[in-house]
Design a protein around this ligand. Structure first.
Ligand SMILES: [Zn+2]
Length: 319
């Protein structure tokens, strides 16, 4: 009888293990602790992002998010976005710039002098000293174009009245990451005397407020390389997705469908419905493998803005 009891215990144990395996069937286990819920993966997939390697990430400013495509942070409120909302700018044959929400920058001329809106990026004081040179170089790349905003690079401690739009902070996850612009809707009800009340909903779009960078993973003194990373993450903050987001074979070597299966490598077969993109006049029809918004980068690689990058930035933010 005792053997039988042991057997039954073992059997019960096996059933329990099987049951827990089945429960985990539809979830990706990242390590022993972190699990991304299935409904979150479905939402990420519906937005057109790969669900391969999604990792929960803690931010300083915006709570918990999910790291997708290596360096994009999606927060729970991003997961409800309409997937087809945005601007698509096609370049070459293989890539396109895509933006979800684009912040509006207000450049003004006053007494004949042009004042551009400043996008102030502040570096956490704990980051390596040479990062300020890299951030300044990234700023110079944006500021060399005639855009309606001007990037200002500062150490956090040098800020005037603590004003900043984006803070660069250290992390130990990934290489670097950032999120997409913050969309806020405010409803204002005004009741002018004798005219009844009016309710107006106003949408404001501001740059995402944080870039995370991992000095251990960057592991470099190459100013151009770090400038490239910071310019890329700033691109996400103002709404750019990856140029090669529907064909990451270009920079990453392999691409997966959002559900995790590898693509065939044939664009027409894999993505038959990639219509609706705005073609940027004057861009070449061949490949452009150097865009600053490509998803993957080699160590110490430098990617200053290509002609196409400049065209896209000017198209969206030119004066
Ligand atoms: Zn990126």
């Amino acid at each position: 009888m005792k053997t039988n009891y042991l057997f039954r215990l073992l059997f019960l144990f096996v059933i329990l293990v099987l049951a827990s395996c089945q429960k985990d069937d539809n979830q990706i286990i990242l390590d022993s602790q972190e699990i991304v819920p299935e409904n979150v993966l479905e939402q990420i997939s519906a937005l057109g992002y790969s669900t391969v390697g999604v990792v929960p990430i803690e931010t300083y400013e915006n709570g918990m998010g999910y790291l997708v495509e290596g360096d994009i942070i999606l927060h729970p409120n991003n997961l409800n976005f309409e997937p087809d909302q945005g601007t698509y700018l096609r370049i070459a044959e293989e890539e396109q710039y895509s933006t979800t929400y684009t912040p509006e920058f207000n450049a003004r001329t006053y007494n004949g002098v042009l004042y551009k809106e400043e996008l102030i990026i502040a570096l956490d004081e704990s980051l390596p000293n040479h990062y300020i040179n890299a951030l300044q170089r990234a700023a110079n790349r944006y500021n060399a174009l005639n855009l309606d905003f001007k990037v200002v690079a500062r150490w956090e401690g040098d800020l005037v009245r603590n004003l900043r739009d984006i803070t660069v902070r250290p992390t130990n996850q990934g290489l670097a990451s950032a999120g997409f612009p913050i969309v806020e809707e405010t409803t204002v009800t005004s009741c002018p005397r004798g005219q009844g009340c009016q309710t107006v909903t106003r949408t404001t779009i501001t740059a995402y407020n944080e870039i995370l960078i991992n000095p251990a993973a960057v592991n470099s003194n190459d100013i151009d390389y770090i400038a490239t990373i910071l310019a890329h993450e700033t691109g996400h903050c103002i709404g750019f997705r990856h140029t090669d987001y529907f064909n990451r074979r270009l920079s990453c070597g392999i691409e997966y469908f959002p559900n995790g299966t590898p693509t065939t490598g044939n664009e027409d077969v894999d993505f038959p419905n990639t219509e609706g993109a705005v073609h940027i006049p004057g861009t070449p029809t061949g490949e452009d493998e150097n865009s600053f918004m490509l998803a993957c980068i080699d160590h110490n690689e430098n990617r200053p803005f290509t002609n196409n990058d400049q065209t896209a930035l000017i198209y969206l933010h030119g004066l």
